[in-house]
Ligand binder design. Structure first.
Ligand code: SF4
Length: 657
């Protein structure tokens, strides 16, 4: 289906004026209108000229529906950090559902912010946070609705800078045509630095226009401007070279790293959604980075080194955040929360403090081996017992060595035994399918493990109503990881392997409904893989998929594999590359990868050695507890691991009733 795209007509308006009079009549016609009205607790609408004529104005977008975008911590943090500045203003915008998109096109209403209902096209910057590549088509919808030309090359001085951030910006090449720039790494300090540059550029009378501003940003060394780099290709389709084409633009763009998390206690006043959202809790990030070294995990690799928030800092954020939001659940966030060096004191201190109140604590991501029953008991002292999730990721011991998960079957069984014995009835186990070197046997081992988990649960609890849900995702190789060279498993092979596993789980009647089985089919993973490790040639594919109707690709009900494959076939017809070339092809050691000029701090040689170690089933320890093993990040980024114990106590121990 091809979607017509009438351009929203923008009647003459004062920049920054509210679009509410035009929006209101549309709200009656669309589903869930409340998501477009804003006014959340702790949201703000600053005066358009709050900092005078040099005000730097940001429209921040999480390119997904409101219910997914609002709880996003990254956007919440930047929104607050920017709005604290007197001469900076930030508002939020989210993807509108197709019914709203149609109504807006019909009535000529442009993409708007939910805070001041201002036109996104009026801002200086449209800052997009991409945590997944499947949001790229939603970016194009927003640009088009905002009246911003899709291609950066077609934009003029009157258009906002389109600035990408988030994990996907560690390889922004597939969206190089559409974005003006990308900030790589932690955003807090980086957006303030960019705002200062914008303020000064405006105050100086906008020297050299848009190009002048982009050059200023690029010369900081931490902002990637794709137009300032030329890419050449070899006849077989591989990249030959990526080189800067402007004076003073660095060969490699460095990621930003915030080193003192306690100095950035954001969000101080988290936003509270006006309608249901994916998380109805307040989150406090207890540390950033991870050095466990799971080889599939891009988040762990690109956020090194580990930087812990102090126990006092966490306590103050929890106290302040609960007061500011009225919420009664606190998530202690990080990539592996139980790894905080003072997690036991932290959870005990918080549980003491909120004893007898309705406040629940949760650790949304918990490693199998770091879990202990004291911790679980502390978390549920206030009576809440949500399910426990563990992520062994690989079904067999061999495969867990390949991915460096360092979890033995014994660890897992001991952990779930403790959980079932302490009264939990339900455990969720997360695995991946399609990992490098994986065979059918590795995947079938998941069924054996799940059965052992149920047997253990029944034995230690003496009950039959024990449940274990096995949830399986398809593995997608990601840039800046040791698996960046790996071949992705094809969609059909993934589906066939999962079908065998399902059969192995279902065929054993002794377990009946005790083992639940959830999985996704392999097709969305191939599109994600295409966009994750793609290069600039994929811009044409993304645009074609969007023109063919691609919207909300992260949602099953909107995703169409056929649409993407057909778009790729047409858009890459004149190229020596295709979808399989980008996804199921293994790369060689010396191939120039599309993201090599983005410096995550990781040494490429170290990544290659780690890839070879994976193939040899050799494990690497966590550098938090062992000597440095030279991944390169600390010397390259002038950073270091920061962990406790700090010896600081949580807060003066007053119990809240
Ligand atoms: S450089 Fe060393 S200490 Fe720093 S993250 Fe890498 S392995 Fe760990």
């Amino acid at each position: 289906m091809s979607v017509p795209h009438p351009q929203p007509t923008t009647p003459a308006r004062t920049p920054g004026a509210s679009l509410l009079p035009e929006l209101e009549p549309l709200l009656e016609q669309v589903s869930k209108p409340v998501q477009y009205v804003g006014g959340e607790l702790n949201s703000q609408v600053k005066d358009w000229d709050c900092g005078g004529e040099h005000t730097a104005r940001w429209a921040l977008m999480y390119p997904d529906a409101y219910e997914v975008g609002l709880p996003n911590q990254g956007v919440m943090i930047l929104y607050e950090v920017l709005n604290e500045q007197p001469d900076v203003l930030a508002e939020r915008t989210y993807s509108v559902w197709p019914d709203m998109e149609a109504a807006m096109r019909e009535q000529g209403v442009p993409q708007f912010t939910v805070d001041g209902h201002r036109a996104v096209g009026d801002f200086d910057v449209l800052g997009l946070s991409f945590s997944t590549e499947l949001g790229y088509t939603n970016m194009l919808t927003a640009l088009d609705l905002a009246g911003i030309p899709l291609h950066a090359a077609d934009r003029g001085e009157q258009h906002p800078l389109v600035l990408a951030g988030g994990h996907a910006s560690f390889n922004a090449e597939p969206v190089a045509d559409f974005i003006d720039a990308a900030i790589v790494g932690d955003g807090e300090e980086a957006v303030l630095h960019a705002s200062r540059i914008i303020n000064a550029w405006k105050a100086a009378g906008r020297p050299d226009g848009r190009e002048g501003l982009l050059l200023e940003l690029a010369r900081t060394g931490g902002v990637y401007v794709p137009a300032f780099y030329d890419v050449s290709y070899l006849p077989d389709g591989r990249i030959q070279r990526v080189a800067p084409n402007r004076h003073g633009v660095p060969w490699r763009v460095s990621k930003h790293t915030v080193m003192d998390l306690d100095a950035w206690p954001y969000p101080k006043k988290p936003l509270v959604p006006v309608t249901e959202s994916v998380h109805e809790r307040m989150s406090v990030e207890i540390f950033r980075g991870c050095t466990r070294g799971c080889r599939f995990c891009q988040a762990g690799m690109i956020t090194r080194p580990v930087r812990e928030r102090s126990i006092t800092g966490v306590g103050e954020m929890v106290e302040q955040g609960l007061k500011a939001t009225g919420l009664d659940e606190v998530g202690l966030l990080s990539l592996s929360s139980a790894d905080h060096s003072e997690i036991a004191d932290l959870t005990k201190g918080l549980a003491d403090r909120y004893e007898g109140t309705n406040t629940g604590l949760s650790l949304p991501s918990t490693r199998v081996d770091a879990f202990n029953i004291d911790l679980a008991n502390e978390l549920t002292r206030n009576g809440r017992r949500s399910g426990l999730t563990f992520a062994p990721e690989g079904g067999s011991e061999r495969l867990r060595k390949v991915i460096n998960k360092m979890v033995t079957e014994e660890d897992l069984i001991r952990t779930v035994a403790a959980a079932y014995a302490a009264g939990w009835r339900q455990v969720k186990l997360y695995f991946m399918c399609g990992l490098p070197t994986e065979t059918d046997e590795d995947v079938l081992a998941i069924a054996d493990l799940a059965k052992k988990v149920i047997d253990t649960g029944r034995e230690v609890s003496g009950r039959r109503d024990i449940r274990c849900t096995v949830s399986i995702g398809g593995f997608v190789p990601k840039p800046h990881t040791p698996f960046q060279w790996a071949a992705q498993l094809g969609a059909e092979e993934t589906d066939a392997r999962l079908a065998k596993l399902r059969e192995a789980v279902r065929s054993d009647r002794r377990y009946g409904s005790a083992i639940g089985f959830r999985y996704h089919d392999g097709q969305p993973g191939i599109v994600e893989g295409l966009l994750s490790r793609g290069d600039r040639r994929l811009g044409a594919v993304i645009e074609q998929a969007w023109r063919d109707g691609g919207r909300f690709d992260g949602w099953n009900e909107h995703f169409s594999y056929d649409r993407w494959m057909s778009a790729a076939e047409r858009a890459l017809a004149d190229q020596p590359v295709d979808v399989a070339w980008y996804t199921t092809r293994e790369r060689g050691e010396h191939e120039v990868l599309p993201w090599d000029h983005i410096d995550s701090g990781l040494d490429k040689e170290w990544l290659w050695e780690d890839w070879l170690d994976a193939l040899e089933e050799r494990e690497v320890e966590d550098c938090r507890w062992t000597p440095c093993f030279d991944c390169g990040v600390c010397p390259q980024m002038n950073t270091e691991i920061q962990i406790g114990p700090t010896g600081k106590k949580l807060l003066p121990l007053s119990v809240v009733r």
